[in-house]
Design a protein around this ligand. Structure first.
Ligand code: ADP
Ligand code: MG
Length: 363
């Protein structure tokens, strides 16, 4: 019975290779028409998770359900071909000796004429009917990727599993292809699980991001949520450069160059990290010399000396050494701002964009 209404549901799934747990208690839920990105660094267990869902890999404990039916558990293993799951990988391997239509028709069943007809329908769907008679080597990388998509769609999968399928395409081609691909899958009501190690790709594509690290899901949420409310310092650092102000708790407060911060739940003497992204620092251009003026939203300004400034295209990255404790702080400002090294400037930060975490060991 499907109690949750989820199309795909993973419950505390574990997988072990050579005695080592590589997927640990992973729980995840996807609805029809939803795109979830499994995001994390290389080697964290993303592909293994996908392979277990596809039925190519067996799990040790836990359960995988599709539309409420158990597909994998400690004692159930439904074979891959009975799961109605589509797969797309970076190496999508079209058959070189078959035409585009034959490649798509390959995974269809039924009479030959009907299969060809359906293959042409699918090629129309992905905008490739002109190339129906072409061979894979006559197509661009993006077109080949679309053939692979048509082939995957041919089986009317309830779930589409995609393992970094766009990483082989060059940048300009990629944006168009991935937007089109996901729009089409959403229209079909397919639940999509897209694996990527690139935060920008996940932010752009996902309805929901599941952030994975060392075999575990660290955080699940809408892109905005995961970006603005990171679960810990490492989760914050996965999406952008970050600044860390480290300080010791005293009376429930920590003192920094930017004034005092509350450290709720932290005992006296504990070290905390105050984490802030470079774009949430503001440089005070009007008051390079005069003293600080506190504001409720930006706290107390702090003075730093420019070490380095670089232009990044649409913004500039300026690195400071803070007078307060000689710590390094990065600020990103829009457009071109390239102050000379040695210049002293006042900085303030958006207090609502600061996150206070127990100090991590990695520093
Ligand atoms: P990701 O896709 O996130 O890069 P993987 O799921 O491919 O990570 O791998 C997770 C870990 O499991 C890695 O340490 C990898 O070396 C290991 N691993 C993957 N497949 C196997 C296998 N068949 N046998 C042994 N170890 C494996
Ligand atoms: Mg992988």
């Amino acid at each position: 019975m499907n109690l949750t209404g989820a199309r795909l549901e993973l419950t505390e799934v574990n997988c072990r290779f050579d005695g080592r747990l590589v997927v640990k208690d992973v729980s995840l839920s996807l609805r029809a028409g939803q795109v979830t990105c499994l995001l994390g660094p290389s080697g964290c267990g993303k592909s293994t998770t996908l392979r277990m869902i596809a039925g190519i890999e067996k799990l040790e404990t836990g359960a995988i359900r599709i539309d409420g039916r158990v597909m994998s558990s400690a004692d159930v293993h439904v074979p891959p071909e009975e799961r109605e799951v589509g797969l797309m990988f970076q190496d999508f391997a079209l058959f070189p000796h078959l035409s585009v239509t034959q490649n798509v028709a390959f995974s269809l069943s039924g009479p030959k004429a009907r299969r060809a007809e359906r293959a042409v329908e699918l090629l129309k769907r992905v905008g490739l009917e002109r190339h129906a008679a072409s061979y894979p080597h006559e197509l661009s990388g993006g077109e080949q990727q679309r053939v692979a998509l048509a082939r995957a769609l041919a089986q009317k999968p309830r779930i589409m599993l995609m393992d970094e399928p766009f990483s082989g395409l060059d940048n300009r081609l990629r944006d168009g292809i991935r937007d089109e691909t996901l729009a089409l899958l959403k229209e079909e009501g397919t639940a999509v699980l897209l694996v990527t190690h690139e935060p920008e790709e996940a932010m752009r594509m996902a309805d929901e991001i599941a952030l994975m690290r060392d075999g575990e899901i660290v955080q699940v949420g809408a892109p905005y949520q995961v970006y603005t409310r990171p679960a810990d310092r490492e989760a914050a650092a996965f999406f952008s450069d970050i600044n860390t102000l480290r300080a010791t708790v005293s009376g429930g407060l920590v003192e920094t160059a930017f004034g005092g911060f509350l450290a709720p739940g932290q005992p006296d003497g504990a070290m905390v990290d105050i984490v802030i992204r470079p774009q949430h620092l503001t440089i005070d251009f009007d008051r390079s010399g005069t003293g600080p003026v506190a504001s409720p939203s930006h706290g107390v300004p702090a003075r730093g000396v420019v070490q380095r400034a670089r232009f990044l295209g649409s913004e500039s990255l300026v690195e400071f050494e803070m007078d307060h404790d000689k710590s390094r702080i990065m600020a990103v400002v829009p457009n071109v701002f390239l102050p000379k090294p040695g210049r002293a400037l006042w900085l303030s930060l958006r207090r609502d964009r600061c996150h206070v975490f127990p100090a991590s060991h990695t520093g």
